[in-house]
Every structure is written in structure tokens, then in C-alpha cells.
Design a protein around this ligand. Structure first.
Ligand SMILES: Cc1cc2nc3c(=O)[nH]c(=O)nc-3n(C[C@H](O)[C@H](O)[C@H](O)COP(=O)(O)O)c2cc1C
Length: 350
């Protein structure tokens, strides 16, 4: 079945990227991919959870919690659904997703299109009791009068159904959202987010997802606040609004967040800078441009206890997940390591 879905890739590539994505989500639900058992060396213990492998599906693929179990069956060690906002919203006008095939990237300016937290709650409730780690990524409605209250509402409503929660303050496509990453505002946001999380019966890990476009001074301050508020982890990073001169594809001029291969260097550097500042207070999830076992390996060595990916799936298909896991296993064996945890941050410490 994996082959069937991957054979469909060249056809999907002729469609508008957003239509192709909608088809991919539906196809995953209808034609389940069954991955084999994971190499026990790939297990990761982090955030109080036991991950069968460190390779996760990043937020944005399954915004509405339609296929988390299918994605887990396809071999991901964990899946993050969302971003979910309290009320449904349609996002920005189409077209709003652009392929950059010459650079193996994507630009999107979706703007948190999603069915809202009630729909997500219903779908997640429908899978209650199933195994598999499913994180829930929450955000604020574009027209919200009190954005911080939106995060608190999402956390409170969805915590009972989430393995972990992510506070997403790093999407470039909701005007002003990333300003929530600045010191005093972030302090207020995290205080209220932690408070909302603590109102749930079970204590769920709370993560903060950041942009790769922060200055190092901004990162200093952000990490201080995250530590002070007792955040359980950080995800580094979301898409970038920057455009390097090396980009070849004309679609690089489109407004929005850039992801995929062109994001790898920047997001990995940001990850290692975050790792230095966090000093093992909590684990990091490394995201941005992972398209091979080598790229995943480098993210882990730059400080990631876990990794996530999205864009490379659109170019390489779901078979990529297995090939990354195989490659990680081979590298562990080659270097004489028994577990992923032994190499987390190795390049930063050296
Ligand atoms: C089409 C698209 C939609 C996305 N939507 C979200 C989202 O809703 N929330 C979020 O936190 N990140 C979102 N992301 C960002 C990804 O989760 C990830 O951080 C980023 O794409 C870098 O990883 P990648 O290079 O492997 O894609 C989206 C990315 C893409 C390409």
C-alpha cells in the first residue's frame, strides 16, 4: 500500500499543493500504510512519555485530527495535530501554498485554517483509549480580542485528549502572533497556559514552538521565561520569513513561511543555540528541513531529543519515514551507541 501511495506522488505533484495535501490526508485514511516494528534502539524516553521512535509528524499536516492513527501506523513515533484555534476559521485566500521544487521547499501562508477546537475535541474523543502519542498544537483566532485567552481555552478543552500540548506562537501567517514570543507578553501567556494545563485532571507536558527568525538576544530572554514558567519542552522551529539569496525557485518571492530543505541550516543553528541556553532543563524537538536519515541525525546531534518533519513528505512520500528510521539505526550501530539519547547535543558539546 505504501508503494501505491508513493506511486501517486507524481500525479499529486501536478495538482495545486493544497488540493494534493487534502487528497494525501484522505488517502492515508482510506489506504492504511503498515510500518514494521521499530528497532528498540530507537526508543526515546522524554516528556514523561515513551516514544517508539524519535520521528514525528509536524503540525500542519493533520490540522483537524482526521488521521492521527493512520499517521502513527505509517511509522511515525508521534503525531502533532493542529494548529487548532478556539473557533473555526477559513484562513487566508487561496492560493496560499506554493511549491519550490528547484529548492525542495514550500512557502505557505495558510493562516490557521482549521475546524476549531470543538471539532478537534470530538475527533480526539473518538480515538480515546488508543495507543500512540498524539500532541495537540494550539493557537489563537486571527480576530480574537484576547489571544492569550484563546491559548488557555484550547489547552483547557483539549488537554484531556492530548499526550502533550504545544503553544504555537511562531506562525508567520497570523499578523502579530509572533510578538507573543517577546519577554513580558510571553511570561503572561505561559503563566496562563500553565494555569490552564494545571486545571486538567492529568498533568500533560506543555511545549513552546518558536520561530527560527528570533535574534539571539530574543532567544536569551525567551529561554529564561520558558525555564521560569516550568515549560516541559520546546519545538525548534516553525517556518521562516527569511529568504536566502541562494533560493532558485521564483515561488520564493511568495509571502509566507518557508519550510523544507532551505530551512534546514537556519533551524538547526537555532536548535543548537537553544540547546546551549536550555542546559538540559527540558528536551527539544528539532524540526525544519529533515529529508533524510543524515538530516535527522544532524538535528539530534544539534540538540534534538525528538524530531519532526512535514515538507519532505510532499516530495518523497511516506516511505521516507522508514528510510530515516533505518538510517538512524545504522548510524547508532556504526558508532557503537545503544540509544538515541547518547548522541543528543553531541555536536554542541564538542
Ligand atoms: C503547509 C504547512 C502548514 C503548516 N501548518 C502549521 C501549523 O498549523 N502549526 C504549526 O505549528 N506549524 C505548521 N507548519 C510548520 C511545520 O510544523 C514545521 O515546523 C515546518 O514546516 C518545518 O518543518 P519541515 O521543513 O519538515 O516542513 C506548517 C508547515 C507547512 C509546510
Amino acid at each position: 500500500m505504501l508503494k501505491l501511495l508513493d506511486l501517486a506522488l507524481p500525479i499529486a505533484r501536478r495538482l495545486d499543493p493544497e488540493d494534493a495535501h487534502g487528497l494525501a490526508v484522505r488517502a492515508l485514511g482510506v489506504f492504511p500504510i503498515l510500518a514494521g516494528r521499530d528497532d528498540p534502539r530507537l526508543r526515546v524516553s522524554a516528556l514523561g512519555l515513551d516514544f517508539p521512535n524519535p520521528v514525528g509528524l509536524a503540525a500542519g499536516f493533520d490540522k483537524n485530527a482526521e488521521v492521527p492513527d493512520a499517521a502513527l501506523r505509517a511509522g511515525f513515533g508521534f503525531v502533532e495535530i493542529g494548529t487548532v484555534t478556539p473557533r473555526p476559521q477559513s484562513g487566508n485566500p487561496r492560493p496560499r501554498v506554493f511549491r519550490l521544487p528547484a529548492d525542495d521547499g514550500l512557502v505557505n501562508r495558510l493562516g490557521f485554517n482549521n475546524d476549531g477546537m470543538e471539532a478537534a475535541r470530538r475527533r480526539l474523543d473518538g480515538r480515546a483509549g488508543r495507543v500512540g502519542i498524539v500532541g495537540v498544537n494550539v493557537g489563537a483566532n486571527r480576530d480574537s480580542k484576547d489571544r492569550i485567552a484563546d491559548y488557555a481555552a484550547g489547552i483547557e478543552a483539549l488537554a484531556p485528549f492530548a499526550s502533550y500540548l504545544t503553544v504555537n506562537v511562531s506562525s508567520p501567517n497570523t499578523p502579530g502572533l509572533r510578538q507573543l514570543q517577546a519577554g513580558a507578553v510571553l511570561d503572561d501567556l505561559l503563566a496562563r497556559a500553565v494555569d490552564a494545563r494545571d486545571r486538567a485532571k492529568l498533568r500533560k507536558p506543555l511545549l513552546l514552538k518558536i520561530a527560527p527568525d528570533l535574534s539571539l538576544q530574543e532567544l536569551d530572554e525567551l529561554v529564561l521565561v520558558a525555564k521560569k514558567r516550568g515549560i516541559d519542552g520546546m519545538i525548534v522551529s516553525n517556518t521562516t520569513i527569511s529568504r536566502s539569496k541562494e533560493l532558485r525557485d521564483l515561488n520564493a518571492r511568495e509571502e509566507g513561511g518557508l519550510s523544507g530543505k532551505p530551512l534546514f541550516a537556519l533551524s538547526t543553528w537555532m536548535l543548537s543555540e537553544t540547546y546551549k541556553r536550555v542546559e538540559n532543563a527540558f528536551p527539544l524537538v528539532g524540526v525544519g528541513g529533515i529529508d533524510s536519515a543524515d538530516a535527522a541525525w544532524r538535528k539530534i546531534r544539534a540538540g534534538a531529543a525528538l524530531v519532526q518533519l512535514y515538507t519532505a513528505l510532499t516530495y518523497k512520500g511516506f516511505g521516507l519515514v522508514q528510510s530515516i528510521k533505518n538510517g538512524l539505526g545504522e548510524r547508532l550501530a556504526r558508532d557503537g551507541h545503544r540509544a538515541i539519547s547518547e548522541i543528543v547535543g553531541a555536536d554542541v558539546r564538542e
